[in-house]
Design a protein around this ligand. Structure first.
Ligand SMILES: [Mn+2]
Length: 316
């Protein structure tokens, strides 16, 4: 599968005619939104353009090894750019700009929406949305190839970062033959696989160690195979960890043998966040999460919900 040729050509023409281009990442930035944005930033600079990077949240330190990561701006936005590109943004509210800058998303501005989420409702003037593809960086890769943009070592490393993080280091079920083909092409272009795996997957802060220690200590399994753990506000305070340091904990909890699915309940700003994960084909955690008002981004194997701290949970 490849992006729609006509749409990509229109985007190529828009970029050709634009000078100042704003690239927007989603809040709580992950390797895919950052990798897509940094690859585009580098490629567009190579085309003689003046790209800028925007994210409403700061960058996690594990991405410090990526060139140009410090170019991200969090300052007040003035919408005077020639073009806009959102990357890995499955829904407009994930930018944190939907209320302050609604004109970005009502098709009145030249916004290019590059994404791979089923939830994406084609909010851009231009849209390249491929829900069957494992990462937004793969969509960027296809587009760059189609437009004959050069993918050098810097761009290849940024693109491979998104593949690495969205496939959980090639361990999630979305690791298709096509993922490995694209990863192989990026490696042959000089992508720095060693830095990605070391900086993102094999570097753990002491506060994360302590937080995960509590997650693991609190883990138990019900007789019907639900593996659960719980983390309170006090755990965050005492370990000095922040919410982002919970990333990946639910996958680890789910590794207990005979897990039908796993849940971590986290106390967060007066609410309880439930993170659910399964590796079973016959378990749909999105359905379970939806009983508690599950998030729009929920998937069959990977879901979230948020309930008020004092709300009594009905049912299971
Ligand atoms: Mn993604």
């Amino acid at each position: 599968m490849r992006p729609d040729l006509q749409e990509v050509q229109k985007i190529g023409n828009l970029i050709e005619a634009s000078q100042r281009i704003l690239i927007i990442s989603h809040r709580s930035p992950d390797g895919d939104t950052v990798g897509s944005a940094l690859a585009l930033y580098h490629i567009l600079k190579g085309q003689g353009k003046s790209p800028e990077l925007y994210c409403i949240d700061g960058m996690p330190s594990e991405f410090n090894f990526l060139p140009n990561i410090r170019e991200y701006k969090q300052t007040e936005l003035t919408l005077d750019y020639d073009a806009y590109i959102s990357v890995d943004v499955g829904a407009t509210h994930l930018t944190g700009l939907h209320e302050s800058h609604p004109e970005l998303f009502n098709k009145s501005l030249p916004l290019i929406n590059i994404d791979h989420h089923y939830s994406n409702d084609y909010f851009g003037q231009y849209n390249v949305v491929m829900p069957t593809v494992a990462s937004a960086t793969m969509v960027v890769y296809y587009m760059a190839e189609m437009l004959n943009y050069t993918i050098d070592r810097v761009a290849a490393t940024a693109l491979l970062t998104g593949i690495y993080t969205d496939t959980g280091s090639f361990m999630h079920s979305n690791t298709s033959a096509e993922v490995l083909r694209v990863a192989a092409k990026l490696l042959s272009k000089g992508a720095d696989r060693h830095s990605i795996s070391k900086e993102i997957f094999n570097t753990t802060k002491i506060s994360t160690m302590h937080l995960w220690g509590r997650v693991l200590k609190n883990t138990h399994q019900t007789p019907d195979g639900v593996t659960m753990s719980v983390i309170t506000k006090k755990d965050f305070e005492e370990t000095g960890a922040d919410y982002s340091e919970m990333t990946g904990a639910v996958d680890y909890v789910n590794s207990v043998p005979n897990s039908k699915y796993s849940v971590i309940l986290t106390e967060r700003d007066g609410k309880v966040k439930g993170s659910l994960r399964t590796l079973q084909d016959d378990v749909n955690v999105a359905e379970i999460a939806s009983k508690y008002g599950g998030a729009a981004t929920s998937k069959q194997r990977d879901s979230l919900f948020l309930v008020a701290w004092n709300k009594r949970c009905a049912g299971k």
